[in-house]
Design a protein around this ligand. Structure first.
Ligand SMILES: [Zn+2]
Length: 487
């Protein structure tokens, strides 16, 4: 009996080891296509146009009609042919929808998204910028200013591509929409959402491709790559904030009764931190890891090719880095707290806000339910905070023609060495308004090579983009529009 068991166990181990090795060697990377004919782009002129666009203080919160109107006029002055040939309409307040009529109106359209608004510059921080944030200064090969990365570079690159294609007499096969929101930075409820509603009401069919911001071309080193990585968002996390509040008796600090409202609230938050959401390694994150794996050393390949065995190990590794942990679970982040304002008075109310970025598999409702369960205290009220709320998006198909067109365009346009195209999971973008209507071909990517410290710059100080990256972006949109032929 004993030896039968040992024999069986040995057999199992040998078989497992064989499977592990065979699977590792089966893992190959997709062949990279040769870059297409280079497209001549007037980089200096594109940079000047971006600098011009930056000068308009299109801050959504400020609701400045003059700034948005100014930018709209600037675009129509600068891109004359585009404004002659494409139909333009305002949607909501300042959002713009351009329609480039295709040769075949029976085919579903392409939607290319970007946003006209920018985040404000923190008051008092203007002086810490190398160049005034709304001056649009070009210096040492960079365009500086608020919106240089997020997201006026995409707006300008789109128009540069269209203008250039129109000059060659190009007419797209499918109708192409440029959908430019005016309030992305504050939720996109009036810009992007209204545009989606409008286009859906025209019954044009599910778009063959929707492309919004989300990923970019980043240094591949962090992912263990020798090349840069073009991170294409194939899904986005959901988003919700919950307000927790504890109400009860307050009183003088000399006669406390327990738990106090602050104590009750603190216990609830501590329970949420101690009971994190369950982990899952699947969907967009699995796509990301399996895309990268073939480029990795043998050990990593072995682990990735055999997730049936090593999945817990991989999840453990991802959880050790907060930048990666977000890919495998719904995150829990207490961000705001208030209660009491006098040292010797017990407040009768304490409140906190906890923000959740929701992984596929969870929903706003399941988050709410689980939070109540974990807190397990009926005296702590939990309610949805108004503002951005979205369920996680569906996962777009990496084997779809739309994804292939994006990947091909990346390889044809972004240099000097083509980056590896990597699908991944993003945070919330304006494209969620498409996902919410069931659109399937939604991807999130701006075609610009970002510097390593871009996160500090994008909503921070000295936001800038290199002129080279901007020119590559123009090439990308040009190629993408061409590559949507025959989608
Ligand atoms: Zn943005």
């Amino acid at each position: 009996m004993f030896w039968t068991f040992v024999g069986l166990a040995f057999g199992l181990i040998v078989t497992s080891a064989l499977v592990v090795v065979v699977r590792t060697f089966q893992m190959t990377s997709t062949p990279v296509a040769e870059p297409g004919e280079p497209i001549a782009v007037d980089a200096a002129s594109a940079a000047n146009h971006l600098a011009g666009a930056i000068a308009f203080r299109t801050i959504a919160q400020d609701d400045s009609c003059a700034a948005f109107q100014g930018l709209e006029d600037f675009l129509s002055r600068t891109y004359k042919l585009t404004h002659e040939r494409l139909a333009r309409q305002r949607v909501g307040k300042y959002a713009l929808l351009y329609e480039w009529m295709g040769r075949d109106r029976s085919k579903s359209p392409i939607v290319l998204m970007a946003h006209l608004d920018v985040v404000p510059v923190l008051s008092g921080s203007e002086a810490t910028w190398s160049y005034a944030p709304f001056s649009g200064t070009i210096s040492n090969g960079y365009v500086y200013g608020r919106g240089a990365l997020d997201d006026k570079s995409a707006v300008i690159a789109l128009f540069e591509a269209a203008e250039q294609l129109l000059q060659t007499g190009y007419k797209p096969e499918r109708t192409i929409y440029f959908a430019l929101g005016d309030d992305e930075e504050i939720g996109g409820e009036h810009g992007a959402k209204e545009i989606v509603k409008l286009l859906r009401s025209r019954k044009l069919g599910d778009p063959a491709l929707v492309l919004d911001e989300g990923g970019a071309v980043v240094e591949g080193r962090q992912l263990g790559l020798a090349t840069a990585a073009a991170m294409i968002g194939i899904a986005e996390k959901g988003y919700v904030s919950l307000e927790l509040s504890a109400h009860g008796s307050g009183g003088h600090s000399s006669t406390p009764t327990f738990p106090t409202q602050i104590g009750r609230l603190a216990r609830a938050i501590a329970a949420l931190e101690a009971n994190q959401f369950p982990t899952r390694l699947d969907g967009a994150t699995l796509e990301m890891l399996t895309t990268i794996a073939p480029t990795q050393p043998f050990g990593t390949r072995l682990v990735m090719a055999n997730l049936w065995l090593f999945r817990p190990l991989v999840i453990h590794q991802l959880l050790s880095d907060p930048r990666m942990a977000t890919f495998v679970r719904t995150t829990t982040a207490p961000t705001v707290i208030s209660g009491g304002n006098t040292e010797n008075v017990l407040p009768d109310e304490a409140k906190a806000v906890v923000n959740f970025q929701i992984l596929q598999g969870d929903t706003i409702n399941s988050v709410l339910e689980r939070v109540r369960e974990v807190i397990n205290d009926t005296m702590v009220e939990v309610r949805l905070l108004s503002g951005i709320q979205s369920d996680p998006s569906p996962i777009s198909d990496v084997s779809s023609p739309a994804f292939a067109a994006i990947a091909k365009s990346v390889r044809e346009s972004i240099g000097p060495n083509p980056p590896l195209v990597v699908p991944f999971l993003t945070g919330p973008t304006d494209s969620r308004h498409w996902s919410a209507t069931g659109a399937r071909n939604v991807f999130r990517f701006t075609p610009f090579a970002y510097e390593q410290d871009w996160m500090l710059r994008a909503h921070g100080t000295n936001e800038r983009i290199s002129v080279q990256a901007l020119a590559d972006g123009v090439r990308f949109y040009t190629q993408l529009i061409r590559n949507t032929e025959g989608l």
